[in-house]
Design a protein around this ligand. Sequence first.
Ligand code: 5AD
Ligand code: SF4
Length: 467
Amino acid sequence: MSITKVSDEEIKKQYEYMEKVKELSSKGLKYCINTMGCKLNEADSEKISGMLEEMGYEKCDSFEEANLVVFNTCSIRENAEEKVFGKLGELKNLKEKNNMIICFAGCMSQEPHVIEKIQKSYPHVDIIFGTHNIYKFPEMLFEKISKQPKRVVDVWNIDGEIYEGLPVKRESKTQASIIIMNGCNNFCSYCIVPYVRGRERSRAPEDIIFEAQELAKDGCKEILLLGQNVNSYKPREDYNFANLLADLDKVDGIDIIRFTSPHPKDFKDDVIDVIANSKKISKVIHLPLQSGSSRVLKLMNRGYTKEQYLDLVDRIRKKIPNVYFTTDIIVGFPGETEEDFEDTLDVVRKVDFEQVFMFIYSLRHGTRAENMEGHLSEEVKSERFNRLKTLSDKMTEEGMNKYVGTIQHVLVEGESKTNKDVLTARTDSNKIVNFEGDKSLIGKEIEVKIISQHVWYLKGEVIDKDF
Ligand code: 5AD
Ligand code: SF4
């Protein structure tokens, strides 16, 4: 995999467009960004927000207040489309009132049928751009503003280059996401991602390390490395994901390093060793299983069997005894039999996951699974989904009970979203802990005693403020 970067001249040009948009726009304009899907999309939204703020826009939380709305969409599941189009429809009236610019971005804009639908039935959408050319957003917005009422459509079906140096608006001061690679070469038969995000491209390690250092200088303690397949990270022949983890481990000020998602088939011993030897790299590993049946895994084109997955888990557990696993599972893949599903439940029991993210199989046009035999009825799919959920809920509850009475070393992230009088933090195993405490603790690492569990979070008491 090679690195091709957007040139410095091009980035400079976009900064010039940002200046021009700022000059042309009235003061106090507000934007609202609607982000669907995964952490990568969230990270892309932070970039879109960063550019908008550079252009003088202020963030707001509702469409009613907004003069510019961005839909940063996700294609992973089918039903998301209806929701987005529903919301787009609702904006027709508001658009006039707020003199609103509507932008449609993200994975769905890479799907030709979505673009066609917008062109035909949603004339009030002003700007459409895909996942490969986010850095050109200032230029598109300038075009729209200066040549109204023309619609700007710029969607590329070639893989976009890596870009550096554009503004980012980080949602949190203590934690930050860093995209290390984009795209996917695996073509799992159910998945649309390789079609909408293109082939794998890795960012240069120097740029990633520099970003981590800059974040640390700004008070960031925790980084989350993102990519569709982080352990395929390969910017050059002599450098891989294990090297990157080892280098990031040396960045002063960064205390916690997480990553998502790795692919089980590419999870090699070098990565396991780096995690085992690091105090900073999180011991929670998200290891997408998708199915526990070797037969279904083959149909899914996952590149491992049930036994190989379980063997990998064993190898990781031997080297990292305090490891926790979380996973993704798709229920109801075409042709999945009762026996195949039992295999999935068997792996879930054997691995004892901290958390299972469950998905009902959703047909995506253009994927290989679309034409496979044996598509299951909604009834069978939801019945299996509910059985998996019952098992997973029971295991989650048992897992949470184990924390009660223990002392946990946590990084205090901020006020709880639902109750401003309570602070929130996460354990090494990524469990939310809420507790009462002084706001000065935010950003600090402290110890809390867990006093109770509430399924999705733990309740704690501060026991050492000077940790
Ligand atoms: N249907 C259901 N779930 C899917 N995922 C990806 N594609 C599909 C699909 N077509 C799930 C996988 C992946 C997660 C991000 O979404 O489990 O790991
Ligand atoms: Fe989709 Fe498979 Fe690539 Fe993950 S590894 S993005 S599931 S094709």
